[in-house]
Design a binder for this molecule. Sequence first.
Ligand code: AMP
Length: 521
Amino acid sequence: TYPTERLTYILEDSRPALLLTQEPVLDQLPAIAIRTFCLDSSPLDKYSTDNLNHVVGSNHLAYVIYTSGSTGMPKGVSIAHGGLSNYLHWASTAYPMAFPQGSVVQLPVVFDATITCLFTPLIAGHSICLQPALMTAELFDFVNIQQKISLLKITPAHIDMVCADGSKVEPCAKVALTVIGGEALSAKQANTWLSRFPETLIVNEYGPTETVVGCCIYRASDVPKRAMLPIGRPIANTQIYILDESINPVPIGVTGELYIAGDGLARGYLNRPDLTAEKFIPNPFSASAGTRMYKSGDLARYLADGNIECLGRTDGQVKIRGFRIELGEIEIALGALPQVREASVLVREDPQGDKCLVAYVLPSTPEIQIPLQLLRTALLQKLPEYMVPAHFIQVSHFPLTLNGKVDRKALLAFGTPDRGTDYVAPSTITENVLAKIWGEILQLDKIGIQDDFFELGGHSLLAVRLITKIHDTFQIMLTPRTVFESPTIEALGSILEALILEEIGKISDEDAISLMNKTGG
Ligand code: AMP
């Protein structure tokens, strides 16, 4: 689902010998010369069934995962087999309760978080169930029906999403272990999860992509009374240091930057020796020559009981709905548009209290009013949807700090995002029903048919909820792409009506009348 421009960059940068894909997505792939194999349609029987004559050592590359890059392009993190097997070996002994029934894999494989639920059961001979992400309370039904899941891996944002629909509060079947990672976990989120899965053990797993999934964990047998859960202690063969600016350890309780060393450390960033040297620095605390530590950019401190607590970032890296984003990458993409002279992106809270991205843009010519929808569409060509700001605010100047940098705090005073369009009331039955559904999902009272779902604070996870509600009401299943391409009630209403007519054409008159009665028209 990434834009072609991003896929092209990733394929050109990583130069894979072979691209495994599937026929339905072939036409979305960039037209570059890469040997491609379609798993769903290419015949396999002409190939040998012998084992490969191929030896993999611990220093060989296991995978490259791309994360957002502050210089405007994503960066590939190269992880070797030694680091991966260290994590998996540790996880299979530390998480015995994750067996015997295996796990469900519902996070995308482009995030390393998936490794826990994908490989930990497999290497111990247990089953996994591949399932598209369930971002609504459907997850609980799924787990209850399956009855075969002992391990769930989720992000805190995922908890907010699946528990937002408070209608189903029945405690769920046994899931022995829930590993939660990717961003800071609050006690409130942990308790919400426990109210759904009272028998589960929650583990808060911390770790950047640069160090194989998780390098520091906290077992929350009891949720502590503090607002945020600690990240605990390092996993096997891993060292964590909390250091000041001169690379000296800070005392217990004092905040410093978190550095990570040990077996899980990435080789570095693919094709980026400069960035690798900047972030993976020599480890002065190791007796072995040549060992390195990763400068995480996370602020942390030791608690009195030896657990580590995370306290935010030193830089412009943020997490939105579990996705790692460098604000600089969005600012560079915006600044490259001809209508924009300069842009600054911040994280703010929307009316529902969720974090969202807000872009402040200075037009290339002072008099022009940039059509905000144009910025959105242009960014969607370059960036994944989760990196496209929910709101755009045009400014006439940027407030500066004394040393001439954009004063981000002062930007917050530049008003709240404008909804961009004048209110146009719904007129048809479909539009009225859609406006009610939108209102419930976005928690807004008055939604006009030309208001943009994403400008009102909608995002991909809320789009999934929208699709589910539309399906419950109209018995029509839309795709997320339809919502992205037709983000207003007016546009979505016409598509729905056309689809409803098509469906009605396929069924008997009696069924059509009963459907019309059920859906109010
Ligand atoms: P990623 O590379 O996408 O896994 O993102 C890594 C970053 O996410 C870390 O450097 C932290 O800033 C944040 N992070 C990941 N897990 C946690 C956690 N359990 N608690 C707090 N922050 C976390």
